[in-house]
Design a protein. Structure first.
Length: 462
C-alpha cells in the first residue's frame, strides 16, 4: 500500500548547466591562510575557500538567458541599446520614470548623498548600512537609527523587524526640525538587522507622517524583492498579489531608490539610481558624468546592463525568490536543530549567528563575531562575514568604538550557487565549532583603516 505523503518539498526552479570546481583544503592549510589573512575573512584568497558565504553581492549564478544577453552587449560609448532596455525594465519593475546606471550600489549612494545632504543635516533610517551611512556622513550628515527596538533583539519574533518606530522619528524631528532632515533613509529588508523586512503598513504610516512633516523618503531597494516576498507571506491582504505587484506598491511613496544590482538582479556587477523627481534626475545625470561615466553607461559595459535588464525580469518570478529564501530557511532551521543561537525570524539573504551567545565567554572588545568567523573557516573552509563591533566602526563625533547590540556572523547565500548538500556540510561544521566553543580565544585589532574597517582590518589571537 502506498504511504501517505504528509509533506511535499520544493526544489529550485532550474538545473545546473555549468559547474565551477572548488578546492578542498586541509585544516593545516586553512590555519596558515587565516593567520596570513590576519583573521579577517575579507583578506583570504578565494581559492582557499571551500564554501563561500561571505556575501550574496555579485556572487550569483546568472541564467542562460542572462548569459545570452551578454552576447548582445552594445559597447557604444553613448546611447547603448542595452541602456534603453534596462531603463524600460527599471520603469516597469520599480515604477520609477528616471534612471541613472552606476557601477554598483555605493556609487548610487554617493550621488544621492551628495545631491540631497548639506553639512549639519540629519538622516533618519531603519538601522545603518555600512556604505550607506558612510556616504551620508561624508556628505556632512549625522545618521540617527529610528528602527523599532525589536530589531536589536536577536530573539524577538516580530515579523517585521525592519519597521521604523514613529515615536523615535518624531522625537528627532522635534529635536532638530524637519528642515534638517533631507530624507528618510529606508531599507527593506534591513541587512544589518539580519535581513529583516519592513511592512507595507509601516511604509503607509511613514508616508502619512512624512507628508505632514514635509520630509522626502528614499528607499534602498537592493533586496526589495525579498522584502516583497516577506510581505506576501506575512502581511494580511497580500497573499494573492504577485511579487511584481507588491514590489511596485512598496515603492510608490518614495521619491527615489538606490540599488546594488549585485543582489536581487542576480548579476556580478552594477547599480541603479532611479527617481520620480525630474530636477534630481538632471543633477544625478550631471554628477554621473563626473564620478561614474556617461549617464548611459555609468561605469558599466553594455553587456552588464543587458544582464541587469534580464535579471530584473527573473527576480520577480515567484518560484525563484521562494527557492532563494527557502534555502536560507533550510540552513537556519538546521542550525536551530543543533541548538545554535541565530537571529530570528530567519532573514532573507542570510542566516546570522548570534556570536554574543555562541561565544558568551568573550567580551565584545575581544571581537566575538570576528573570532567565530575565523574559527568556522579553519574548521571547514566555509567563509562567513563579521557583522558586529568591527562592522559598526567608530562614532563619527567621539571616535569611540560603536558597541552594537547585535554581534553577528553572517552566512550569506549567493543566488543559484550552492546545493542543499553544501548547506548540510556548513551546518555540521558550525555544530562542531559550537561543541568546542569554550576553548576559543578572542582577537585584538592590530591595524584599523580609516573607513569601513571590516574590509581591511587586521587581527591577532589573544
Ligand atoms: O556593494 P554595493 O556597493 O553594490 O552596494 C552597497 C549596498 C547598499 N545597500 C545594501 C543594503 C547593501 O547590502 C549593499 C552592499 N552589501 C554588501 C556588499 C553585502 O555583502 O551585504
Amino acid at each position: 500500500m502506498a504511504k501517505k505523503i504528509l509533506k511535499r518539498s520544493w526544489a529550485e526552479p532550474f538545473k545546473i548547466k555549468v559547474v565551477e570546481p572548488i578546492k578542498m583544503t586541509t585544516r593545516a592549510v586553512r590555519e596558515k591562510a587565516i593567520k596570513e589573512a590576519a583573521y579577517n575573512t575579507f583578506l583570504l584568497r578565494s581559492e582557499d575557500v571551500y564554501i563561500d558565504l561571505l556575501t550574496d553581492s555579485g556572487t550569483n549564478a546568472m541564467s542562460d538567458y542572462q548569459w545570452a544577453g551578454m552576447m548582445i552587449g552594445d559597447e557604444a560609448y553613448a546611447g547603448s541599446k542595452n541602456f534603453y532596455t534596462l531603463w524600460n525594465n527599471v520603469k516597469k519593475y520599480y515604477g520609477m520614470p528616471y534612471f541613472v546606471p552606476t557601477h554598483q550600489g555605493r556609487a548610487a549612494e554617493h550621488l544621492v548623498s551628495k545631491i540631497l545632504i548639506k553639512p549639519g543635516d540629519y538622516i533618519a533610517g531603519n538601522m545603518y548600512f555600512t556604505t550607506t551611512r558612510l556616504h551620508q556622513e561624508l556628505a556632512g550628515a549625522t545618521f540617527v537609527d529610528v528602527i523599532i527596538d525589536e530589531a536589536h533583539n536577536p530573539q524577538s519574533q516580530h515579523p517585521f523587524k525592519g519597521n521604523v518606530d514613529l515615536k523615535k522619528l518624531d522625537k528627532l524631528v522635534k529635536e532638530v526640525g524637519a528642515k534638517k532632515i533631507p530624507y528618510l533613509s529606508i531599507a527593506g529588508p534591513v541587512n544589518m538587522a539580519g535581513g529583516q523586512p519592513i511592512s507595507m503598513q509601516n511604509i503607509s504610516e511613514l508616508t502619512e507622517y512624512c507628508k505632514k512633516a514635509g520630509i522626502k523618503m528614499w528607499f534602498d531597494a537592493t533586496r526589495a524583492v525579498e522584502n516583497a516576498y516577506f510581505i506576501k507571506e506575512r502581511e494580511k491582504g497580500y497573499a494573492e498579489k504577485t511579487i511584481a505587484q507588491i514590489l511596485k506598491e512598496m515603492l510608490v511613496p518614495f521619491e527615489g531608490i538606490w540599488v546594488s544590482a549585485k543582489k536581487d538582479l542576480m548579476v556580478n556587477i552594477g547599480g541603479i539610481l532611479a527617481t520620480r523627481n525630474k530636477k534630481f534626475f538632471a543633477e544625478a545625470k550631471n554628477l554621473c558624468v563626473v564620478y561614474e561615466g556617461l549617464h548611459t553607461y555609468g561605469g558599466l559595459a553594455g553587456r552588464d546592463m543587458e544582464a541587469m535588464a534580464r535579471g530584473l525580469e527573473e527576480m520577480v518570478e515567484y518560484d525563484t525568490i521562494k527557492a532563494r529564501i527557502g534555502q536560507v530557511e533550510y540552513c537556519g532551521n538546521k542550525l536551530k536543530s543543533y541548538g545554535i543561537p541565530i537571529v530570528e525570524p530567519i532573514g532573507g539573504h542570510a542566516v546570522f549567528l548570534d556570536a554574543k551567545k555562541f561565544l558568551s565567554h568573550l567580551k565584545q572588545i575581544e571581537f566575538p563575531a570576528q573570532t567565530l568567523t575565523a574559527e568556522i573557516y579553519v574548521d571547514s573552509g566555509v567563509r562567513g562575514m563579521e557583522r558586529g563591533i568591527v562592522s559598526a566602526g567608530r562614532n563619527a563625533k567621539t571616535g569611540d568604538h560603536n558597541y552594537p547590540k547585535l554581534e553577528l556572523v553572517r552566512l550569506t547565500f549567493p543566488r543559484r550557487v550552492y546545493t542543499q548538500a553544501h548547506i548540510d556540510v556548513t551546518v555540521e561544521s558550525i555544530a562542531q565549532v559550537y561543541e568546542d566553543r569554550k576553548k576559543i580565544r578572542g582577537l585584538k585589532m592590530i591595524y584599523e583603516p580609516k573607513y569601513l574597517r571590516f574590509f581591511q582590518g587586521r587581527f591577532e589571537k589573544l
